[in-house]
Write a protein that binds this ligand. Structure first.
Ligand SMILES: Cc1ncc(COP(=O)(O)O)c(C=O)c1O
Length: 306
């Protein structure tokens, strides 16, 4: 896939040597937690976006699964920076993961040591529209419902949650769409397979609450903060499926996907099918923040590599 160094339990190892045993607990029972971050080329050199918030979410996810990561928050932040530096990339996607390792088989993970790894690679566009690079994505509401908070702690960004996402994403792709939207067991909109979701109606930005089962996305919270700062009215409330169809704009957010317009949902064109005014505006504002051109948030949210 790519080459370079991977940080594995405190050492930088060659990409091809970052291997694990086939009886790793996390592989059999999905006992892993992970993060996704981006390093951007900013006006002041390369910098990681919201490093502290991502590592905090990793630590929170680990706490939920009784994982002792064996590193402090500061050590993990340093390790992320070290990994980016070691790979010499100006811009990249960064993937820290912690998982119960090889040792004792059986559902109980606790006898196994926790491993931590950090990889980085170039990931320019995660969510592409099949209609062309500058077009919005085509989505379908999945027949798979988002895992209920009573079944799994969805606040944790756990590998186990992604079997649900995988089923939805594959269903969407096989049906000719780009991405899936997931509803919860109450029938309200939660998020996409790996992105949070927003709509615009009557000029108001709306996104579902975390209690719907959505991941507390770092990009989502950035967009809400940027909206507030720019006096863009927003609401955090439940959204019904049919509300999506009559929205003037829909977009999804995530570290990998960034801010991506949605052109179509369940074969219904959203607005006029073009990237909407608010989506464009928020995309530009977000772009300015992550590239260090914003006066308020850039300083707060960017950690320089050097
Ligand atoms: C299920 C899910 N929802 C939302 C997001 C967006 O979160 P963030 O903006 O922190 O990347 C992600 C990606 O991490 C995700 O996997």
């Amino acid at each position: 896939m790519t080459q370079g160094k991977i940080w594995l339990n405190g050492s930088l190892v060659d990409w091809d040597n970052a291997n694990i045993h086939v009886l790793t607990h996390g592989l059999h029972y999905a006992t892993g937690v992970f993060e996704g971050l981006r390093c951007y080329k900013t006006v002041n050199g390369s910098a990681i976006f919201r490093l502290s918030d991502h590592i905090q979410r990793l630590m929170d996810s680990a706490r939920i699964y009784f994982m002792d990561l064996g590193y402090t928050k500061q050590q993990l932040e340093r390790a992320v920076i070290e990994t980016v530096k070691a790979n010499g990339m100006e811009e990249c996607y960064i993937r820290p993961i912690a998982y119960y390792g090889y040792g004792k088989m059986g559902v109980n993970p606790l006898p196994n040591k926790v491993s931590v790894a950090i990889a980085a690679w170039k990931w320019d566009e995660y969510l592409k529209s099949s209609d062309g690079a500058d077009k919005g994505v085509r989505m379908m509401v999945s027949s798979w419902i988002r895992i209920d908070n009573r079944a799994m702690p969805m606040r944790a960004k756990a590998t186990a949650n992604y079997a649900n996402s995988v089923l939805a994403r594959v269903e969407a792709i096989k049906a000719g769409f780009d991405e899936a939207i997931m509803l919860n067991s109450a029938g309200t909109v939660v998020e996409a397979s790996a992105e949070n979701i927003f709509l615009v109606k009557d000029n108001i930005l709306v996104t579902p609450p975390i209690s719907s089962g959505a991941l507390e996305g770092v990009t989502r919270s950035s967009i809400l903060a940027i909206a507030k700062e720019n006096a863009i009215e927003y609401e955090v409330r439940n959204i019904s499926r049919d509300e999506l169809y009559t929205a003037t704009e829909v977009f999804v957010t995530g570290t990998a996907a960034e801010v991506k317009p949605v052109a179509e949902i369940d074969n219904r064109t959203i607005g006029d099918g073009q990237t909407g005014k608010r989506t464009k505006e928020l995309r530009l504002l977000f772009d300015a923040v992550v590239h260090g051109r914003d006066t308020k948030f850039s300083k707060m949210w960017l950690t320089p590599i050097n």
